[in-house]
Structure formats: structure tokens, C-alpha cells
Design a binder for this molecule. Structure first.
Ligand SMILES: C[S@@+](CC[C@H](N)C(=O)[O-])C[C@H]1O[C@@H](n2cnc3c(N)ncnc32)[C@H](O)[C@@H]1O
Length: 243
């Protein structure tokens, strides 16, 4: 049931480099009545920072609606925060305002937009503007193809169990492990166990100004990295040219 014509947009702003925001995303952000984004306890928003130039260009009278979600709180409190945010967003939509929710990368790829869409889509129209994901950005920055010919690929979170990560490393040619930084020492050991440590590249803040790439896993030693990091594991021997 849609009340009025207003739309709740999930807008992907890409992995970090503002030039990787699509033209469509920029247009939707500029024209939105209300721009929403997640902030941490310090009031910082990765998605908003990526879109700063676009926001500076926005129509006047644009309202911003930051939603504070601290990942350190429990799932019950996170759910409560999404409940409250969706009530606020729905009330703006019912006033006939279009709302653009900025999402780092792509909104439907591990994006916080998903939890709001789940609460709003039955009552109000939601539209998605896709963004370049962190996995695509990592592949580009590392100049490493994700998949070739018959290779297959899995994406897994570092929060998965050891058993699941080892099984994935054994079953798939290419594996991207997200949320890698905080779990790096554990992941390094798992990659060694799976004999895939020498097929692994690490990247943090892909396409941001402070991007860091490590191609030799042994150089990471026991250090942890930031949340915005991932490991990309690809076969050493790859069939670039098949007959
Ligand atoms: C909640 S997920 C969001 C994914 C995002 N929606 C996307 O499309 O890539 C957050 C995880 O994505 C990965 N990530 C997001 N942006 C990144 C970047 N610029 N560089 C490296 N990893 C990134 C990290 O693994 C991080 O822990």
C-alpha cells in the first residue's frame, strides 16, 4: 500500500572514491527532499563523506536525517534503532517527501538499507540505485580478475565459523572474505591451513585516499586491520588463454 507518490531510495555511493558515484545516484541524491545515512557514535558517516561533493550541489531546503547505529551494541538495540528510524522515514514519506538513504558500496550487498527496506517496503515504494561494491573495487585496485572461464566464486564474512571458512576456501576458486581486518590473525591461520595463504591479497579502504594493499600475507604478521578491509583469494594458476 503506497500512500502518495513519494519513494524511499536506497542509493549506492560506491566504495569510496567520489568519482565512482554513478550519475543516477548523484541525481537522486541532489533531488531528494531528505537525505539519510548511518552515523557512528562519533557522528561520522562513511557514506555521507563519499557523497559530500554531490550533497554540496543539492537543492536548497534539503534535510539530512542521520541515524546513529553503533555496531558495538547488541542486535536487539540495533533492531530498535532501525525500528525508530523507519518510523521517522515513513512519516516523511507520508508527507510526500522523497527520501534517499546513502549506502556505502551497493545498498543490497550487506547494506544497512536492507533492514530499513524490510520495514518500509510493504507500506511505501522502495527503489534501488545500485553502487559499485567493495569486491569489485578490490578487484580493480588489485588488477585481479574475480573469475575467469569456469572458475567459481564465493563471498563470505569473517564472522563465519572456522569450518565454514575452510570449506569455502576448499570448494571455490575465488573467495572474498569481508569484514576481514578485525579477524586478520585468525584468518591468516585459516588461509595457511587451507594452503591458500600465498593466493591471498589484502586491501583496506579500497579507492579511498588512505587505501592500503598488502600482497604478501606474511607481511601482515599478527596485526589486525580496520573494518573496511577484505581479503581476495584467487588461484595462482589461472587459465587466461584456453584453446
Ligand atoms: C557492511 S559491509 C558493506 C558492503 C558494501 N555495501 C559493499 O557494497 O561493498 C562492510 C564490509 O564491506 C567491505 N568494504 C566496504 N567498503 C570497503 C572498501 N572501500 N575497502 C575494502 N573493504 C570494504 C569490508 O569487508 C567491510 O567490512
Amino acid at each position: 500500500m503506497n500512500i502518495g507518490e513519494s519513494i524511499f531510495y536506497g542509493v549506492g555511493v560506491g566504495p569510496g572514491d567520489p568519482e565512482l558515484i554513478t550519475l543516477k545516484a548523484a541525481r537522486i541524491i541532489r533531488n531528494a527532499d531528505i537525505v539519510c545515512y548511518i552515523i557512528n557514535v562519533n557522528g561520522e558517516s562513511v557514506a555521507k563523506n563519499i557523497a559530500l561533493d554531490v550533497l554540496a550541489d543539492s537543492k536548497k531546503a534539503q534535510v539530512t536525517l542521520p541515524i546513529e547505529i553503533s555496531m558495538s551494541i547488541g542486535r536487539t538495540d540495533i533492531n530498535k534503532a532501525y525500528d525508530n528510524a523507519s518510523i521517522e522515514i515513513l512519516s516523511s514519506l507520508r508527507e510526500g517527501k522523497n527520501v534517499a538513504f546513502l549506502c556505502e558500496g551497493d545498498p543490497l550487498f550487506f547494506g544497512s538499507f536492507i533492514y530499513l527496506m524490510d520495514r518500509i517496503s510493504e507500506q511505501q515504494e522502495c527503489k534501488i540505485i545500485p553502487g559499485i561494491t567493495s569486491v569489485n573495487a578490490a578487484s580493480a585496485q588489485l588488477t585481479t580478475p574475480l573469475t575467469i572461464l569456469s572458475e567459481d566464486m564465493a563471498i563470505i564474512s569473517s564472522r563465519s565459523t572456522d569450518e565454514k571458512i575452510l570449506a569455502t576456501l576448499s570448494a571455490y576458486d575465488t573467495v572474498a572474505i569481508l569484514k576481514a581486518g578485525p579477524q586478520l590473525p585468525r584468518l591468516t591461520k585459516l588461509l595457511q591451513t587451507a594452503s591458500r595463504d600465498d593466493e591471498t591479497q589484502y586491501i583496506e579502504y579500497a579507492t579511498h585516499k588512505n587505501e592500503r594493499i598488502v600482497k604478501d600475507l606474511s607481511l601482515l604478521s599478527d596485526n589486525k586491520g580496520p573494518y573496511f578491509s577484505l581479503l581476495l583469494i584467487t588461484r595462482k594458476e589461472r587459465e587466461y588463454r584456453c584453446d
